[in-house]
Ligand binder design. Structure first.
Ligand code: NDP
Length: 243
């Protein structure tokens, strides 16, 4: 089987759904995982199939080891191989650290960081030269421009360190690992008309929210052969939030 395959975790909505559609346009067959929203995941599958590509939706809780392993093994079982892994599923706990619970800390670490490690560990067993590991971090991994984001910022900052190490592990096999660090992107997680939107927008250089397509375009480039000399990098797509 020569048809290239991409897996997008959290691909049922928001940034992940846009990445799935863009990679299908680029010619990939697509697997997406989702937590609970089967209807949204099915819509993504239908959209990908309308582009003439194969697609599968996999229910898999990214906060669990079983969910991480299932995502990889079911992708390979359904589509035959794995060339691109996009670790996108994530959560955004908001509040001062003194008001967080240990359960919140653990779940955020599991979904935002540990999942990326376990999924990478499983995925590289199936990848060859040209393989791509793409992690969706955050501009808040580089800066914490206001209170309430310490836990989230820490988890997203961890991805840069992980990608640098993985780049060293796999560079000689022709596999790259990079982080895309979005600024505020208009999704259910961070609606451009939400309560905190004005404050978030004000810390960008452009005084604006980005679109899901802004992130999908960068992922499309990183997934392509055109990006083969980029590895271990953290790439901002953030309206200048980190400028
Ligand atoms: P959304 O909340 O809009 O979408 C989240 C997606 O992740 C959904 O497909 C959801 O599935 C899935 N998901 C959530 N929890 C789990 C889980 N436990 N296991 C598996 N899948 C899960 O988020 P965004 O599109 O806004 O964010 C995507 C990524 O981008 C996240 O990592 C986020 O931190 C990052 N990011 C977002 C920014 C923004 O401003 N929007 C800015 C910077 C980074 P389901 O449909 O089943 O709920």
């Amino acid at each position: 089987m020569t048809q290239r395959v991409a897996l997008v975790t959290g691909g049922s909505r928001g940034i992940g759904a846009a990445i799935a559609a863009k990679l299908a346009e680029d010619g990939f067959d697509i697997a997406v995982t989702y937590a609970s929203n089967a209807t949204a995941a099915t819509q993504v599958v239908t959209r990908v199939q309308a582009l003439g590509r194969r697609a599968v939706a996999i229910q898999a809780d990214g906060a669990t080891t079983e969910g991480n392993v299932t995502a990889i093994t079911r992708t390979v079982a359904a589509l035959g191989r794995l060339d691109v892994l996009v670790c996108n599923a994530g959560m955004y706990p908001y509040g001062p650290i003194g008001e967080m619970s240990v359960e919140q800390i653990d779940r955020t670490l599991h979904l935002n960081v540990r999942a990326v490690m376990v999924e990478t560990m499983e995925a590289v067993k199936h990848m060859g030269a040209g393989g791509r590991l793409i992690y969706i971090g955050s501009a808040f991994g580089q800066r914490a421009p206001f209170p309430g984001i310490s836990l989230y910022s820490a988890t997203k900052a961890a991805l840069g360190g992980f990608a640098r190490g993985v780049a060293r592990d796999l560079g000689r096999q022709g596999i790259t690992a990079n982080v895309v660090e979005p600024g505020p992107i208009d999704t259910d997680l961070n609606p451009a008309d939400g309560a905190g939107a004005a404050a978030i927008r004000s810390v960008t250089a452009t005084d604006s929210y980005g679109k899901v397509s802004d992130i999908a375009e960068m992922v499309s480039f990183l997934a392509s052969p055109r990006s083969g000399y980029i590895t271990g990098a953290s790439l901002a797509v953030d309206g200048g939030l980190t400028a």
